[in-house]
Ligand binder design. Sequence first.
Ligand SMILES: [Zn+2]
Length: 117
Amino acid sequence: MTREELRRRFALYYRGNLFLGAVCAIIGLVALIIGTVVTARIQKGEFVRPEMKFAMAVAYAAFLLFIAALAIIAKPRARAHGLVCPNCGKMLGGRTEPGVVSSGRCCFCGHVLVTDV
Ligand SMILES: [Zn+2]
């Protein structure tokens, strides 16, 4: 791949990260709102409908499962975008991206990743 292709792959990967991060934030916000309402009512001694407690548990569980899923799919996603070093198998990206793009090499093992070095 060329350096420009590598740059585009990083951009596409980060766009996906942005989308997944937004979904995660929305789920987390819903869990936080429901949790705050339920907790406030319990602290005031008010009646909390069982459906509200169930909704809170589901929202928290969904948030935790989504975070776990993000961790599990991180490397397969990077691999699908061609952002895993074929030599050492480490994920390229994050703070290593500028060095990887500028040098055209894996920042961990030095393997040449681009054809236009
Ligand atoms: Zn490597």
